[in-house]
Ligand binder design. Structure first.
Ligand code: SAM
Length: 1007
C-alpha cells in the first residue's frame, strides 16, 4: 500500500515564541546542562532540538484521520483544538525544568506513539486489536481493541497505554533518528529523551566521543548500582533499599573515581601550586591583608603578562610587559589593580598590587597593548605587532608575573608577585608531551604569527606537567574501576567489567580534556567576576597577552573537583533510555546503516567554524588518555581533516573557488545520500546557522578576522543545495537564542541565530512551471498560509522568515521554474518574488481597516510621526477616501501652518474612551493598546481590549502590518512595540476573558 502523505505539525505551525524564549533562556543554564560535559562549538539549544523533533513526528491535526468528519473533510474546529493542545504541550516540553519531568515527557512520547500507531493502522500494518507485545504479538486480542492491559495498537492510538508500554512501543515501532553531523550531540540526545532510538555520526572523534558519553554509554548501565569501594562498604540493607535510576549509579562512580584522580594528581604535582604565607611586611600599604597575617592562603591563580624586548634602543633590549588591562577586580567596593613601577636606571618594571579604587592619574583600563599595536612602558615609544611577531618567531617572548590571586575569607585576595613563584614555575619539567604541530594556516588561528607552532606552545610548563599528569591518571583510574567492578561482581556477559571501566575512564578522560581549556595560556582573568575564563570564548586561537594560570586544586574555574562535579550533574540529568543508541565516526558521505531513519541535522557551514583544527586542542589530550579505550577513534595523530566539509582555501592550495566547490559539492552529496535512506513518511529537518557577529572589543590583534565570509549568500546557497539534491522545502522557522530586544539591526535574518528548514523529498516526476504559474500559485496559497501563521500568533519579527517556508514550498514543488529565456529561476529570484507576494498579501489585509487607518498607514510609511506637507496629506486622503478634517476629528492628526503630523501613541489623548469616541480608528486603538500595555501592564490593556469589542482583533492585524513597515525602515524601537503587542496577545485575550467572566458576579454583588 502506498504511504499516504501526512503533514507533520512542523510543516504547518509551531509555537515559535515559546521555543525561542526557552532557547534563549537555556544559554544561561550551566549546572547540569549537557553542553557543560565538554566544549563543542556552536551547539544548538536543546529546547529547539526537542521541539523540532517532536513536531516532525506528530501529525498536524489537519492530516490526521482522527480529525476528519464522516465525509472525509477536515473537522476544522476539532483540528484547531488539537493543534492548540499540541502547542501547549510543546510550550511545556521546551522548558529546561521539564527536561526530566515524567508527566511532560511521557505526554510527548504518548503523542508520538499515537501518531505512529495511527499511521500503521491506516496502512493496514496493524489491526486495531493487534497485540503488539508479548508472545501473542501479532495476534488479535480476545477482548478486542481495548484489552484493558494496554497492549493493542488501538490503546496506543487512544493514548491509554501505560508509559512503559509507550516506551517499548516507540523502541520497536517508531522510526530511529539519524544525525550525520552530530557535533556535541544535541539532536540525538533530544531524540533519546523523546523515546526514539538515536544514531549519531560525525567525522571528528571529539564530538563522537562527547555524543557517546551523552547517549550511548548511560543506557548501557542504566539502573545499575555503583561499584566503588565506598558504596560496596555500605550495609547490605542499605544497598538493597537503594534504587539506582537511569545513569545515577554510573554518575556516583564518576564522582568517586573523579575525586580519586583529583586527589592523586594533587599528591603528585600539588607542590607546584604552593600557598602564600601573609607576612607583616606584606601589610604595609595593604591594611586589607592584616587579618591574614601568619596564614597560608591557597592560590587560585597566577596572573602573567607576556613580555617583549623594547624596540627603543634607549632600553638596551630590556623586556617590557604586554598588558591589556591592569584591573584585577572591578567589583564595587572590592577594587584591586596592578600598578607598574618603573626603574629607568635599570630599565626594569616591577608590579605592585593595590586594593581600592585607583589613584588619580592612573587608569588600570589602559594597558600597554591596543588593537593597533603596543607601547613600551619604559619609554612610551610604539611597539609594532610586526616587531612582536619577529621576536616571537625567534623564540624571544618572555613572561612576567603581575599578581597572585588567593582565596580569602570573603572572596579573592590580590597579592604582589613573589620571586618564589617564578622559581617554582621554572621547576616544572613536563615529560612526554604531545609533539603535534598547529596548522600553518587555519580559521581563527593567529598564534602562529608569534612563533607558536606546536600545540604544546599554548601551555606553560606547569600546565603541561598538570595536563600530562591528568591524562596519565585516566588510565590508572580505569584500572582501579576495573578491579572494583570485578570485585563488585559485575557479570562478564553483557556490558561487563571491562566496558564499565572503559566508560568510567571515558568520563574522567573528558574531564581531563575539558580542564585543558582552563589550563592553557589562552585563558584570561575576568576582573568583573574574580575568576579566569577558559580558552575559546570565541571560536579562535588568538594571542592572549596577559593570561591566568589557575590552580587545578582550588575553586575558581578549572579546578578538577568542579569539573568532575559538573560531569556528575550532567549524567544525573541524562535520559539514559535503554533503547540502543549509537555514536560513530563516519563521514556524512557514508551514513551509518540505519533502516528508514528520520533525519534531523545541523551541518557545518562554509567557513563558519574550523571544527577540526580547533578540536585538535582537545584531541591531543583525549588521545593520550583514551587511545587504549577507544582505539578506533584515536587512530590518527590529529583529527581527520581531508573530508571535513569546510570552505577554507588553505586546504586547496589557497584556491577560494575550489574551497567553495568542495564544500558545496560535499554538502549536496550528503543531502542526496540522506534523500536515498530517509524515511519518506517524515520530513528532513536541517538547521542553517548564521555566522555569529564577532565581538571585536576583546580582540587584541587587529588582524584576527575570519577570512572568506559568505554570510549574505549562505542562506540562498543552503536552499539551493537542498533543492538540487531533490528536496522541496516546506518550512523555514527562525530559531533565536538572542532576546528580540538585543537585536543589532532589523531584518528577520539578522535576528535569528539559525533557521530550521523543513524539507520533503520531491517526486522524481515533479512538473515544470513558468514564472507566471509560480506566481499564480503563490498568490493563491500564501494568504491561507499567512493566516495560519498569524492564527498561531507568530511574532511579527518571525513572520517574514516563516512565510518563506510556504513560499519555498510552492517554488520547490516544481522540478524547475522556467524563466522566459528558458533558464531556470534561481533561488535568489524566487526569494525576491516570495517577499513581493508576501507584501501584497499583507497589503490586502488592509481591506479590514477603516479609511482613516489606511491613510495613517500610508502616511506613517512615508513620514512616521514627523510633520509632512499638507498638500501631500490632502492628496493621500483623497486616495484613501477620507479627509484631513475627518482625520483631525478622529483625533489622530494635527494640521496647521501647511503641515500635517500623524499622532503617535504618546501624543494621543491619555483619557481616551472608545465608548464615547464618535470616529474610532484601528490606528488609535492599536496605539492606545500599546501605550496601556507599556505603561499600565497587561491587566489594564486587557480591560481596554474588552471595551474595544471586535475592533481589538483588527488592531493585532495592524500591528503585523506596522511591524513590517518599521522593519523595512529599520525603526527598531517602534518595531519592538508592535512585536510586543502581538506576542502579548494570547495573555491579553485570556485576561480579557476572565475579566468578562467576573463582570456579572461583581454586578450581582452590587445588588
Ligand atoms: C554545526 S556542527 C553540529 C553541531 C551540533 N548540532 C551540536 O548541537 O553540537 C557540524 C558538525 O559537522 C561535522 N562535520 C564536518 N564535516 C563533516 C563530514 N564530512 N562528515 C560528517 N561530519 C562532518 C563537524 O565536525 C561538526 O561537528
Amino acid at each position: 500500500m502506498t504511504l499516504p502523505y501526512r503533514k507533520k505539525l512542523i510543516e504547518v505551525a509551531l509555537p515559535l515564541k515559546a521555543i525561542n524564549e526557552a532557547s534563549a533562556r537555556e544559554k544561561s543554564i550551566r549546572h547540569g546542562h549537557p553542553s557543560t560535559l565538554h566544549l563543542w562549538w556552536a551547539r544548538r539549544p536543546l529546547a529547539a532540538c526537542r521541539a523540532v523533533l517532536f513536531s516532525s513526528l506528530v501529525d498536524d491535526p489537519d492530516s490526521d484521520p482522527a480529525y476528519r468528519k464522516s465525509d472525509g473533510s477536515v473537522d476544522e474546529d476539532r483540528a484547531g483544538i488539537k493543534r492548540a493542545e499540541l502547542f501547549n504541550l510543546i510550550e511545556e516540553l521546551v522548558q529546561w525544568d521539564n527536561s526530566n519531568n515524567p508527566r511532560v515527557i511521557n505526554a510527548a512520547r504518548a503523542e508520538i506513539a499515537r501518531c505512529v500507531a495511527s499511521q500503521k493502522i491506516e496502512l493496514g500494518e496493524f489491526q486495531k486489536d493487534t497485540i503488539i507485545f508479548g508472545h501473542d504479538k501479532g495476534q488479535a486480542h480476545p477482548n478486542g481493541p481495548v484489552s484493558g492491559e494496554g497492549v493493542t495498537a488501538w490503546e496506543v492510538l487512544l493514548m491509554k497505554a501505560r508509559p512503559q508500554v509507550v516506551n517499548a512501543f516507540l523502541a520497536e515501532y517508531a522510526p530511529p533518528v539519524l544525525d550525520p553531523f552530530c557535533g556535541g550531540g544535541s539532536i540525538p540526545l533530544e531524540a533519546q529523551r523523546l523515546g526514539l532510538r538515536p544514531y549519531a555520526s560525525d567525522l571528528n572523534p571529539v564530538p563522537v566521543l562527547i555524543t557517546k558519553a551523552l547517549i550511548e554509554i548511560p543506557p548501557k548501565f542504566a539502573g545499575r548500582p555503583p561499584v566503588n569501594p565506598e558504596w560496596q562498604s555500605k550495609s547490605e540493607a542499605e544497598k538493597a533499599a537503594t534504587v539506582w535510576q537511569g545513569a545515577h549509579g554510573l554518575a556516583e562512580d564518576v564522582r568517586y573515581y573523579g575525586q580519586w584522580m583529583r586527589d592523586e594528581a594533587e599528591k603528585r604535582i600539588g607542590h607546584l601550586y604552593p600557598k602564600v604565607k601573609i607576612s607583616d611586611e606584606m601589610t604595609k600599604d595593604r591594611p586589607d591583608l592584616k587579618e591574614y597575617v601568619g596564614q597560608d592562603l591557597t592560590v587560585i591563580a597566577w596572573l602573567w603578562a607576556r613580555t617583549v624586548a623594547s624596540p627603543n634602543p634607549a632600553c638596551r633590549g630590556a623586556h617590557v610587559p604586554l598588558v591589556r588591562s591592569f584591573w584585577l577586580s572591578t567589583k564595587k567596593g572590592k577594587e584591586a589593580y596592578v600598578r607598574p613601577i618603573l626603574n629607568r636606571s635599570t630599565n626594569t618594571c616591577r608590579f605592585e598590587v593595590r586594593a581600592g579604587p585607583p589613584t588619580a592619574g592612573f587608569d588600570p583600563k589602559k594597558g600597554t597593548v591596543a588593537r593597533t599595536g603596543a607601547t613600551c612602558l619604559l619609554t612610551g615609544s610604539p611597539v609594532s605587532f610586526d616587531h612582536i611577531r619577529t621576536e616571537g618567531k625567534a623564540g624571544r617572548l618572555g613572561a612576567q608575573l603581575m599578581a597572585v590571586v588567593a582565596e580569602g575569607n570573603r572572596g579573592r585576595v590580590y597579592l604582589p608577585p613573589r620571586a618564589e613563584d617564578e622559581i617554582i614555575t621554572a621547576q616544572a619539567k613536563p615529560h612526554n608531551v604531545p609533539d603535534t604541530s598547529l596548522p600553518e594556516q587555519a580559521l581563527g588561528f593567529r598564534v602562529q604569527l608569534y612563533g607558536m607552532t606546536k600545540h604544546r606552545d599554548l601551555f606553560t610548563s606547569r600546565q603541561l606537567v598538570a595536563l600530562t599528569a591528568f591524562s596519565d591518571l585516566v588510565g590508572e583510574t580505569r584500572c582501579r574501576a576495573l578491579d572494583d567492578a570485578a570485585k563488585a561482581g559485575v557479570p562478564n556477559e553483557g556490558p561487563g567489567p571491562i566496558p564499565y571501566a572503559d566508560s568510567i575512564a571515558t568520563y574522567i578522560g573528558l574531564c581531563a580534556s575539558k580542564a585543558s581549556a582552563f589550563h592553557c595560556s589562552l585563558g584570561r582573568w575576568r576582573p568583573n567576576e574574580g575568576k579566569s575564563a577558559p580558552a575559546f570564548g570565541r571560536q579562535t586561537v588568538s594571542m592572549v597577552w596577559d593570561y591566568a594560570e589557575v590552580n587545578p586544586f582550588a575553586g575558581a574555574g578549572g579546578d578538577l573537583s568542579g569539573i568532575v562535579d559538573g560531569t556528575v550533574r550532567t549524567l544525573l540529568g541524562l535520559p539514559a533510555q535503554p533503547l540502543g543508541a549509537c555514536s560513530q565516526l563516519d563521514s556524512a558521505a557514508s551514513l551509518p546503516e540505519v533502516l528508514l531513519p528520520v533525519v534531523s541535522t545541523d551541518p557545518p557551514y562554509y567557513d563558519n567554524i574550523g571544527y577540526a583544527d580547533l578540536s585538535d586542542f582537545f584531541y591531543i589530550w583525549l588521545r593520550r588518555a583514551l587511545a587504549g579505550v577507544h582505539p578506533q577513534l584515536f587512530a590518527t595523530l590529529l583529527t581527520p581533516k581531508a573530508q571535513e566539509l569546510i570552505a577554507i582555501p588553505s586546504r586547496h592550495n589557497g584556491n577560494k573557488e575550489r574551497a567553495r566547490e568542495f564544500f558545496e559539492g560535499g554538502l549536496a552529496q550528503a543531502f542526496a545520500h540522506v534523500r536515498d535512506v530517509q524515511n519518506p513518511n517524515y520530513p528532513l529537518t536541517v538547521y542553517y546557522a548564521f555566522k555569529q557577529a564577532e565581538e571585536d572589543e576583546d580582540d587584541e590583534d587587529e588582524s584576527s578576522v575570519a577570512t572568506t565570509s559568505v554570510a549574505s549568500t549562505g542562506w540562498e546557497t543552503m536552499l539551493a543545495s537542498l533543492c538540487h539534491s531533490g528536496f522541496s522545502v516546506t518550512g523555514t522557522w527562525p530559531v533565536r537564542t538572542e532576546g528580540v530586544s538585543r537585536m543589532r539591526s532589523m531584518g528577520s535574518n539578522a535576528l535569528a541565530s539559525s533557521i530550521v528548514l523543513v524539507t520533503r523529498a520531491r517526486a522524481h516526476d515533479a512538473p515544470l512551471a513558468t514564472r507566471k504559474q509560480f506566481m499564480t500559485a503563490l498568490r493563491r496559497e500564501l494568504p491561507e498560509a499567512l493566516k495560519n501563521l498569524q492564527h498561531g500568533n507568530i511574532a511579527p519579527v518571525d513572520l517574514a522568515q516563516a512565510a518563506i517556508g510556504p513560499g519555498m514550498a510552492v517554488f520547490t514543488r516544481y522540478s524547475k521554474v522556467v524563466e522566459s529565456d528558458g533558464k531556470s529561476m534561481t533561488v535568489r529570484t524566487a526569494l525576491g518574488i516570495i517577499n513581493q507576494v508576501l507584501d501584497e498579501v499583507l497589503s490586502e489585509q488592509e481591506g479590514d481597516f477603516d479609511p482613516d487607518t489606511r491613510w495613517a498607514l500610508a502616511w506613517f510609511e512615508q513620514y512616521g510621526t514627523s510633520e509632512g506637507p499638507y498638500g501631500v496629506a490632502e492628496t493621500l486622503s483623497k486616495a484613501k477616501n477620507t479627509a484631513i478634517k475627518g482625520l483631525e476629528e478622529a483625533g489622530i492628526v494635527e494640521a496647521g501652518k501647511g503641515k500635517v503630523q500623524l499622532l503617535g501613541r504618546t501624543d494621543l489623548h491619555a483619557d481616551w474612551n472608545p465608548a464615547t469616541d464618535k470616529r474610532i480608528t484601528v490606528w488609535e486603538t492599536t496605539q492606545h493598546l500599546i501605550r496601556t500595555l507599556e505603561t499600565k501592564g497587561e491587566a489594564e490593556a486587557a480591560a481596554l481590549l474588552n471595551k474595544l469589542g471586535g475592533i481589538g482583533e483588527i488592531a493585532r492585524e495592524l500591528a503585523y502590518r506596522l511591524y513590517s513597515i518599521c522593519e523595512r525602515k529599520k525603526w527598531a524601537d517602534e518595531a519592538l512595540a508592535y512585536n510586543g503587542l502581538v506576542i502579548s496577545w494570547p495573555e491579553l485575550s485570556k485576561l480579557a476573558l476572565s475579566q468578562r467572566n467576573r463582570q456579572p458576579t461583581i454586578q450581582q454583588d452590587l445588588f
